[in-house]
Write a protein that binds this ligand. Structure first.
Ligand code: NAD
Ligand code: TYD
Length: 350
């Protein structure tokens, strides 16, 4: 059995990836290593937690000794690294958490993989999951390509850029078999409701203000989270060593236009006059260093590895709104902090 370590598997994207791998690859033993920060929620994985090829490990990637001992004990064949501090606004208030987890944590994993794979690299792979935000900000036109120069602006994107450089350095210096992907903004079920889409769905439902940063003119390129997971699967298994792939769905939206679509969909589903919740839109002070536009060119992934997104945005947003409206309990648990009890109930006496 191949042993695959997925870090950050209790988070938004990680939980979708764990579900995909546990169900699709019964001959892989999947280890989910997660510190369960505020963003880690094991309730996301309720449906697969009892599968025989799944194991949860509570741990911090910043703890180098713990990581080295874990790798020596389990001898993983592959690593898919998603654990990170991921919210730009939090990186503005507390950059150091981002430096520790995103940079130091990544180097601890690289060192441990380098150590246990030193005698045999056959079939080994270190996959680093990154973001398009490392490329900085675009003007009104153009796209990010795999060879676009890095120009991060927030402490979050600078810490991810730094980790990308270190992963490449371990490939070039030590021959570590690595692969990297840089994906655009994800949306879908189980996203922590501090990010735009789940926050706004929840606020519309509860008639709370919708805080739009600046003039709402910033553009993001949105991809359904299940499609990000399927891209990681394809790249992990078929991408050539040392390569980088951009992942995105050619789906650009100006924030204010996306928010108005979201309002219409939620209003309709709640039996309100579609658009009536636009009165909740509240323009607030802009985010410091707010990148104007992100847009990904993912033709390398599409042409070389045959990946395509599975659904159109309209369908994805309907599914997403349905999920949050039907899972108010999940949202309530997250906003009240109750989700933290789940670990104790599930794993507390093991
Ligand atoms: P998330 O914040 O929802 O989840 C992060 C997970 O990492 C959580 O479960 C958390 O508990 C865990 N974690 C944090 N610090 C840890 C530590 N020190 N040790 C162990 N575990 C720790 O993030 P996400 O949105 O799922 O993003 C996952 C990855 O994908 C990140 O690397 C992020 O940079 C990247 N990414 C995210 C997006 C997006 O739109 N969300 C887009 C492109 C790339
Ligand atoms: P976010 O979901 O935080 O993702 P990122 O900053 O990584 O792109 O934000 C998406 C966009 O929405 C971004 O341009 C900032 C904006 N935004 C708001 O206008 N109001 C909000 O309350 C939030 C969370 C984001």
């Amino acid at each position: 059995m191949k042993k695959i370590l997925i870090t950050g598997g209790a988070g938004f994207i990680g939980s979708h990836l764990i579900r995909l791998f546990v169900n699709k690859y019964p001959d892989y033993q999947i280890y989910n290593l997660d510190k369960l920060t505020y963003a880690g929620n094991l309730e996301n994985l309720k449906d697969i937690e009892k599968m025989p090829n799944y194991k949860f490990i509570l741990g911090d990637i910043v703890d180098g000794d713990f990581i080295m001992n874990l790798f020596k004990k389990e001898s993983f064949d592959g690593v898919i690294h998603l654990a990170a501090e991921s919210h730009v606004d939090r990186s503005i208030t507390n950059p150091m958490e981002f430096i520790m987890t995103n940079i130091v944590g990544t180097v601890n994993l690289l060192n441990a993989a380098k150590y246990i794979w030193k005698d045999n690299l056959e079939g080994k792979r270190f996959y680093h999951v990154s973001t398009d935000e490392v490329y900085g900000s675009l003007g009104d036109t153009g796209f990010f390509y795999e060879d676009t120069a890095y120009a991060p602006h927030s402490p979050y994107s600078a810490s991810k850029a730094s980790s990308d450089h270190l992963v490449r350095a371990y490939h070039d210096t030590f021959g570590l078999p690595i692969i990297i992907s840089n994906c655009s903004n994800n949306y879908g079920q189980n996203q922590f409701p501090e990010k735009l889409i789940p926050l706004f769905i929840n606020n519309i439902r509860h008639n709370k203000p919708l805080p739009v940063y600046g003039k709402g003119v910033n553009v993001r390129d949105w991809l359904y989270v299940v499609d990000h997971a399927s891209a990681i699967d394809v790249i992990y298994h078929n991408g050539p060593d040392g390569e980088t792939f951009n992942i995105g769905g050619h789906n650009e939206w100006k924030n204010i236009d996306l928010i108005k679509v979201l309002i219409k969909v939620v209003d309709k589903k709640l039996g309100r006059e579609p658009g009536s919740s636009e009165k909740l839109i509240t323009y607030v002070t802009d985010r410091a260093g707010h990148d104007l536009r992100y847009a990904i060119d993912s033709s390398k992934l599409q042409n070389e590895l045959g990946w395509t997104p599975s659904l159109q945005f309209e369908e994805g947003i309907e599914k997403t709104v349905d999920w949050y409206l039907e899972n108010q309990q999940w949202l309530d648990n997250v906003t009240s902090g109750n989700y933290k009890k789940y670990y104790d109930e599930m794993y507390g006496n093991r």
